[in-house]
Design a protein around this ligand. Structure first.
Ligand code: MOS
Length: 713
């Protein structure tokens, strides 16, 4: 590999493999003290008394706080309600308990052990109220989303008259699919180090949204945003769980001010399950109509989605299911169900994973009804135009993903009828296919490139490195355009000192940041005027990615500011096709997945190494969703029974077979100058459906509830 080509590898690989990479809360400023939370043992009610005397008697404890005054701690604001927080409920500011595991006291101590021990000694008495923690629980309150959140983002998708078209369709499928709630379980526990320097607050936290933390803290603590600095060098997994200000952060800052020392908090794994955002439980009803040849004529997608009592987390399931095929009539109806839980949120492919699992299961059921090959049915309903906006897709190579994948997988060898194929050991074989899509959104970004000594450059830009390879993609671009090796490129991001750092999420990171860097490179070449880099030390060039000023203004205030997926004259989505082989063991019914092939259309592939890694990661998540992951509500106490990694199984190496990844790799001609679309989330969209479709092919068992277990087959 040439020196320049070296930029195609992961820039941070060595640091990560050697353990040299410092994550947010790995900072140890002098005088650091440690914080821990005592948490509510009820799901709903009111705190009557709290006793912290036992905690304060523990050697090394500085103090315990149960309540901050209104004058020092302002209300939290929910990121999807125009604010900054993972939820709009601020613990330690009132006596209400809204969910099991809500913090009721914060302890500061000289060591993490003393803090944790002291927190356990804190006791409380409560006035309990009945709670509802799942969509069917008595007392859960159901709202029609388009009425409860009257903004375009929360609208239903309506194209043509789906009910009328269904009434006259030759073949129909009508089925209900249940998707459980799940937790993103990033390996790096939610954590932060906060430190005051006079009246300036510095926050070290692995976050996808340093800008929101800055502005959210400023608003809650009555500071000027310029007084708050947030540094997020790496994330040990974000997956949406780190996309806004956590409820612990403002109390932590106040405790640090009271102590006059920097403070570190690491939530326990169980607290992460009970305090962090999670994928809400959903129920999907999908109705499909088709003519006898397999041309789909109408679809209905109705969803009930869990939310909290205190926030409305908007459901967006039909945005993608309405774009998978060229179906001329489509109707969604999205409802929200209020539960006594912390506010759910975005978890990798938040709507697309559950929604497409349900929809692509129904498409498979339609193929069975029609006695058609499920691949042929999908190809027959492909489209070049977005049926919702009527606009052309900026690029759509889903048909090519399917055809190329089928050839590579050997699809023609697949028998049509389910339950007819066994291997030499008598294990049943099944092959399944499913497609996925994900909106191509973009957010404002700026980049500044400065020439440093010896012909090296420093790139300061917006975006967060959460393991997806953002800094590697930036380095690959700069390396190829300036013809310098990656070793002479330093990329700084995720830091409010070098940019506004709006939310990195929705798979828009690379597609937002690269065009800004590309524009800054053009500007740099202009100011260089043919001079050599080595002779231009100190020169710098700056540019943004050209989004409208109104959006850039929102981004500068730390607010969610995304454009797309429908633009002026096109609609932009990434696409993928997955092919899955399962073996269902003869005596045990254990489901193994020896082989997955995924072919993605993400525009130009910005960095093959990190891109393939993103797809493999997404596939592993899809396997987990299909076969392992689900949160179980504790019927006695609320919250979740399986709030540990022992009892919330995610995919491990033994669950993962061979994952083959291929790309169409054709630049998107319209979305941006770099020709890239998002990849991180589309990677997992459709995987679970391909698995359960394969299980159906192996056994004849149609999964309408996840995960599928041995007991089901
Ligand atoms: Mo991601 S779930 O879009 O933060």
């Amino acid at each position: 590999m040439t020196d320049t080509g070296g930029a195609q590898v992961r820039l941070d690989a060595r640091e990560k493999v050697t353990g040299a990479a410092l994550y947010g809360a790995d900072r140890v400023p002098p005088g650091l003290v440690h914080a821990a939370f005592a948490t509510a043992t009820i799901a709903r009610g009111r705190i009557v008394t709290i006793d912290v005397s036992g905690a304060e008697a523990v050697p090394g404890v500085l103090f315990a706080v149960t309540r901050f005054g209104e004058d020092e701690l302002g209300p939290a604001s929910f990121v999807m309600g125009g604010g900054y927080g993972t939820q709009g409920l601020q613990p330690l500011s009132h006596d209400r308990i809204a969910h099991r595991g809500q913090p009721i006291a914060l302890v500061l101590a000289e060591t993490p052990v003393a803090a944790a021990h002291a927190a356990e000694l804190i006791t409380a008495t409560y006035e309990e109220e009945p709670f509802a923690c799942d969509v069917d629980a008595p007392g859960a309150q159901t709202l029609l989303q388009r009425e409860a959140i009257p903004i375009p983002f929360a609208d239903d998708v309506v194209v043509g008259d789906a009910d009328d078209a269904l009434a006259s369709s030759a073949v129909r499928v009508d089925a209900v699919y249940e998707h459980p709630s799940q937790n993103a379980t990033p390996l790096e526990l939610l954590s932060a180090v906060v430190q005051w320097h006079g009246d300036r607050l510095v926050v070290h936290e692995g976050t996808q949204n340093a800008g929101a933390l800055r502005h959210g803290l400023a608003r809650q603590l009555g500071l000027d945003p310029a007084q708050v600095e947030v540094r997020s060098p790496y994330l040990g997994g974000g997956f949406g769980q780190r996309n806004a200000q956590q409820p612990y952060l403002a109390p932590l800052a106040l405790a640090a001010r009271r102590a006059g020392r920097p403070v570190k908090l690491v939530l326990t794994r169980t607290q992460t399950f009970h305090q962090a955002s999670f994928r809400p439980q959903t129920r999907h009803r999908v109705i499909l109509g088709a003519d006898a040849s397999g041309r789909m004529t109408a679809a209905v997608h109705e969803v009930d989605q869990q939310t909290s009592r205190h926030d409305l987390f908007p459901a967006g399931y039909a945005k993608v299911t309405s774009r998978l095929y060229g179906i001329p009539a489509f109707r969604s109806r999205q409802r929200l169900v209020r539960n006594d839980v912390q506010t759910p949120g975005y978890m990798r492919a938040p709507f697309e994973q559950p929604g497409v699992w349900a929809f692509e299961s129904a498409v498979d059921e339609l193929a069975t009804e029609l006695r058609l090959d499920p691949l042929a049915l999908r190809l027959a309903n492909d489209t070049t135009h977005d049926p919702v906006s009527g606009l052309p897709f900026s690029s759509r190579h889903l048909g090519e993903c399917l055809r190329r994948g089928a050839e590579r997988f050997g699809w023609e060898r697949r028998p049509l009828d389910p339950g007819t194929w066994t291997d030499a050991d008598g294990h049943r074989i099944g092959w399944g296919v499913a497609v996925g899509a994900y909106p191509a959104n973009v957010t404002p970004a700026r980049a500044r490139i400065t020439v440093a000594g010896g012909g090296s450059v420093v790139v300061r830009t917006d975006g967060h490195e959460m393991g997806q390879g953002m800094s590697s993609a930036v380095a690959a671009l700069v390396s190829s355009q300036l013809s310098i090796p990656a070793s002479r490129i330093r990329v700084e991001l995720g830091d409010t000192r070098v940019g506004a750092q709006p939310l990195t999420a929705g798979s828009w990171g690379t597609a937002s940041t690269l065009p800004a860097v590309e524009a800054a490179l053009t500007e740099l070449r202009r100011v260089l005027g043919g001079r050599d880099l080595a002779s231009a030390e100190g020169l710098s060039a700056e540019a943004d990615n050209g989004l409208p000023a109104a959006l850039a203004d929102r981004a500068a205030q730390g607010l969610v500011a995304a454009a797309g997926p429908v633009y002026g004259d096109f609609a932009a989505f990434s696409f993928i096709a997955h092919f899955v082989e399962v073996r269902v063991e003869r005596h045990t019914g254990r489901i193994r997945v020896p082989r997955v092939l995924s072919v993605a259309d993400c525009g130009r592939v910005a960095n093959r190494v990190t891109a393939a890694g993103q797809v493999r990661g997404g596939v592993v998540w899809g396997l987990g969703a299909a076969l392992r992951e689900h949160l179980v509500v504790d019927p006695r106490l609320g919250g979740f029974l399986n709030a540990t990694l022992e009892e919330y199984p995610i995919s491990v190496n033994a669950d993962i077979g061979h994952i083959d990844v291929d790309f169409v790799d054709r630049p998107d001609p319209l979305l941006n100058a770099s020709g890239v679309k998002g990849l991180g989330e589309v990677a997992m969209v459709g995987v679970a459906a391909a698995v359960t479709n394969a299980v159906f092919h192996a056994t004849g068992y149609r999964a309408r509830r996840l995960p599928v277990t041995m007991a089901d087959v």
